[in-house]
Design a protein around this ligand. Structure first.
Ligand SMILES: [Fe+2]
Length: 327
């Protein structure tokens, strides 16, 4: 298993003020517009704002479930404790020409490098979690930082948002005003009338109001938990910054507006289908696909995750089908 370390290279004649980072045999550098990734046998380039938006998700989600594809070439696969950093591993052309490259890291070590890179490469005014219309630009020589934006705590409710001691509601007072796209969402509060003796066991809150106050996009947050069943609502606008490769079935409930999904084969990237989800639609994303979403207007989506990692093992070994139902 490789080690992940941070290094500062000697300044060059065109030093832009950014640090370079290494993880095993991978080396990451950025310039005004691009992230450059070199590795034994090749190099890869990505627009820096797309790279930072993807990096932000990989860091905030702790490498998430399955694969986080930064684009069709670069990405990570979560092994829950260790993580693979790869180039071309899930790309037909790279694989068939044996140009892919992969290294395995201790998850905490790679996350630390990623956090350092995100912090150093994110300039003042650029928020990698925000919709493009709600943030500044990522470009140029290093100028300032945006620590507040990149250190947001992802909501991970222990039981449910709003319960005593659990994740808090979003309000004007604690810095979560209603988003411009959701000005028409009622901000009412439900009345909960529990039978005597059950007051501590019944709870409800206005999820529409809660989501209308989300200040980030494409960031499924754990809002209610029953054992391994995690309801992870999120607000989406513009393009999902990663292409997510599932290692288990993932249910989507489109709560408002519309999202267009590109569905591809997880291993090869070959196109499988286009899915349009309108408000009220429900889909089960299979365990053997990758998907990227496009949300023309800010929309509300509930992502329903199964947090039982045994399910991923059962899918990987082919013991259970990649989809949850047959019609
Ligand atoms: Fe997904």
């Amino acid at each position: 298993m490789s080690t992940a370390t941070i290094t500062t290279p000697a300044p060059t004649s065109k030093d832009l003020g950014y640090k370079a980072f290494t993880a095993g045999q991978f080396r990451f550098e950025r310039d005004e517009y691009f992230a450059h990734i070199s590795y034994p046998g090749g190099r890869h380039i990505m627009p820096v704002e797309a790279f930072l938006r993807a990096l932000m998700r990989d860091v905030a989600w702790g490498f998430f479930y399955g694969t986080v594809n930064f684009d069709s070439v670069l990405g990570t696969t979560n092994h829950y404790g260790t993580v693979d950093l790869y180039v071309g591993l899930y790309n037909d052309s790279y694989r068939s020409h044996k140009r892919h490259y992969v290294e395995r890291f201790d998850s905490k070590a790679l996350k630390q490098v990623y956090e350092g890179m995100l912090e150093d490469w994110t300039n003042e005014g650029f928020d990698p979690f925000a919709a493009p219309e709600e943030t500044g630009l990522a470009y140029g020589a290093k100028h300032g930082t945006n620590t507040k934006a990149i250190k947001r705590q992802r909501v991970t409710a222990k039981r449910m948002v709003g319960l005593p001691g659990d994740a808090e509601y979003r309000t004007d007072q604690n810095g979560f005003p209603v988003n411009r796209a959701f000005a028409d969402v009622p901000q009412t509060v439900p009345e909960v009338h529990a039978e005597p003796g059950f007051e501590g066991e019944v709870h409800g809150f206005n999820l529409y109001s809660y989501l209308s106050r989300s200040d980030v996009t494409w960031n499924p947050s754990v809002c209610s938990v029953v054992k391994d069943s995690l309801l992870c609502p999120t607000t989406e606008e513009h393009v999902l910054p990663i292409t997510h490769g599932n290692d288990r079935v993932e249910w989507f409930v489109q709560v408002s507006d519309e999202i267009y999904w590109d569905i591809e084969d997880k291993a090869t990237g070959r196109p499988i289908s286009k899915v349009v989800m309108k408000a009220g639609d429900v889909a089960a994303m299979p365990a053997d696909i990758r998907h990227r979403g496009y949300s023309p207007k800010r929309s509300m989506l509930i992502v329903w995750e199964n947090n039982d990692n045994n399910v991923a093992t059962l899918h990987a070994s082919g013991k259970i089908k990649p989809y949850p139902v047959e019609f």
